[in-house]
Design a protein around this ligand. Sequence first.
Ligand SMILES: CC(C)(COP(=O)(O)OP(=O)(O)OC[C@H]1O[C@@H](n2cnc3c(N)ncnc32)[C@H](O)[C@@H]1OP(=O)(O)O)[C@@H](O)C(=O)NCCC(=O)NCCS
Length: 216
Amino acid sequence: MADSKKTQIKNDLAKLESCSDLERSIQLAKQANELCDPTLPFLHSMQYTEGDLDLSFYFSKSYNLKNIHKEEIFSLFKANMYESYKNCPWGWREKKKRSEMFHQNARYILVRQTSSKKVLVAFVHFRFDIEDLTEVLYLYEIQLKQEVRSKGLGRYLMNFLETMAIYYNMKRVVLTVLKNDNKVINFYLSQNYKIESYSPKNSFYYILSKLLIKNV
Ligand SMILES: CC(C)(COP(=O)(O)OP(=O)(O)OC[C@H]1O[C@@H](n2cnc3c(N)ncnc32)[C@H](O)[C@@H]1OP(=O)(O)O)[C@@H](O)C(=O)NCCC(=O)NCCS
C-alpha cells in the first residue's frame, strides 16, 4: 500500500476514534444531567453546620422549581450581580439571564437555613455538559448572601460539586468569572482553579477550570 494511502487510513481511524470519544463524552454528560437527583449518593453532605451557620441543601431541576423559588433565586442573583453585569459588556439583560438560569438543563442546589424559616441563603446552578469536547461539570453560578460569606460555605460547596463531578466521571469543573472581580478570582485561585488555555485573551472574563483526579 502506498505511504500516502496508509497515512490517509491512519488519519481516518484517528478521526473515527475522536468521534467515538466525543460520542462517549456526550453520553456521559447527558446521563449525569438526566439523573433524577445526582446528589443522592451524597445525602450525608447536604448540610453545612459551622459557627453560627446551620444550613440544609436541596437539589432541584430548574423545571421543578416553583415560581416563588425561581423568584428567590433570581433576587439573590440580582442583589449580588446587578452592578457587575451593568458595568461590563454583557450589560443587565434580565430576560436573557432568566432564560439561561431556568433553562431546562439547569440544575440547582439551594442552601436554606435549617430553622423553620428556611430562608434561602445561597445557591449553585450547575450542569453536566460538554466543554472543549470533554465531559465537565459547568458551574454557572455560585451565589451566597452577604451574611453567610467568608465562613467557608463557598469552599464547601465547591468541594461538594467537585466530589459529585468525580463520582459521575466528569473530567473538569469549568466556570466563567469577570476579570474585574478580584475577590472572586482570588477565591477560585485559592481553590486551585486555573485559567483555561482557550480562555479569551482580550476579554472582560476568564474561563477557569480545575482538572479532576479520581482517587482509586
Ligand atoms: C465568591 C463566594 C462564592 C465565596 O464564598 P465564601 O463562602 O465567601 O468563601 P469561603 O469563606 O469559603 O472562602 C474560601 C477560601 O477562599 C479564600 N478567600 C475567600 N475570599 C477571599 C479573598 N477575598 N481573597 C483571597 N482569598 C479569599 C479564603 O482563603 C478561604 O480559604 P480559608 O477557608 O482557608 O480561609 C461568595 O463570596 C459569593 O457568593 N460572592 C458573591 C457572588 C459571586 O460573586 N459569585 C461568583 C460569581 S462567578
